[in-house]
Design a protein around this ligand. Sequence first.
Ligand SMILES: [Zn+2]
Length: 412
Amino acid sequence: MTELTKTLELKLVDPNAHKRRKLRETREAYQHALQDAFDARCTTQTEANDVVVNYDLSGYAKNGLKKYVPQLTTIYNAGELHDDHPVRFTNEGLRLNRKPENTIEWYIKIPHHEDYGLWMPAQPNPEQRDWLEALNAGDAEMGESRLFEREGTWFLHVTATREIKKRSGASGEKRTAIGVDIGEASLVTVCHRDDHGSPTAPELWADEGKTVRQLRKTYFTATKRLQTRGSERIAESFGDDLWNQIDDVFHRVTREVVEYAESVKNPVLVLEDLTYIRESMDYGEYMNRRLHGWGFAKLHAQIRYKAVEKGIPVETVNPRNTSKECHACGEVGYRPRQATFKCTNDDCWVGEYQADVNGGINIADRYLSGESHSREHRDGDDSAEDGGRLTAPQDTHADAETQQGTRGMNAS
Ligand SMILES: [Zn+2]
């Protein structure tokens, strides 16, 4: 086991005037307290506590100051303060929540006064979706966070840590590619080829596909009915409950996908690269997946972090025609029914084949043919429904100094 730490970047999305004012209040109180404790040359937590205790700040910010000021005065021996230090909160300060039904899925609660926090929608760096999934599921631990404003936009940087296994298998050794197809009928389908190259051990999560479709349908019809009756609050809690049920299904299925990979010798999980989806699909296929983009991106993120926990590499491939080509001869066939692929090549032994398994093998084969993208070396966005890539500014210089220890351990 080894520990992996990363700084997660979140942008606070359009806080209203009231929340902006509260954020500024927090920052001002924090900076005054910081200046006071710094001017008093506090070198211990106790000394710093005596200064910051009187400020109207949450305990998390005060604790952040108690840790930070002695570092400034002793370790860095700073002569003066920058005027835009981020507000630091200790690890218990933030709360994370999500509303998958909303355009902005993630919400974060920022400590304000002693017993008062602000819930705000937050857009993560799309590259770090897997980390948020891990945090939300309790599979990663939240560390210190830093709140700051740049050119009118508020950002939050959160340190997160999780335990991962070192990758198994020698790097030069041939890996067994497991194609992961995410679909409509079967929520997830996995398959790989055996030593002789024959497709083997397909596993389909078809019942779960049905369950999720049903829950989504219930959500849309029931919440609409409740809303027209004016029962917004009931609609919201009912909706949350249904999405939690969907998320439970997702977590179980993605765990089982990783277990499947663990049962295979020297595995690599192969996913479709979501950045290509817009470009490479025809309109109907794209719209179909777009509608289910939430589940698509979320399942990917969960598979990614759970695979990394177990030391299993994840690669992505271009999804073009993975559901339409015949895995045996490469001819573009068609689907007479949702679950059936039909090859139109008369010379090919494949007549009709399970469509999701055919897709899964195609995905695995693209990795084997060398057409893969290692995730660590890409910097595009990996979400079908997110817009542009989020760029957050760097922390201030003094802040960067104290982060060096953390950064050195970063994977990316
Ligand atoms: Zn064929």
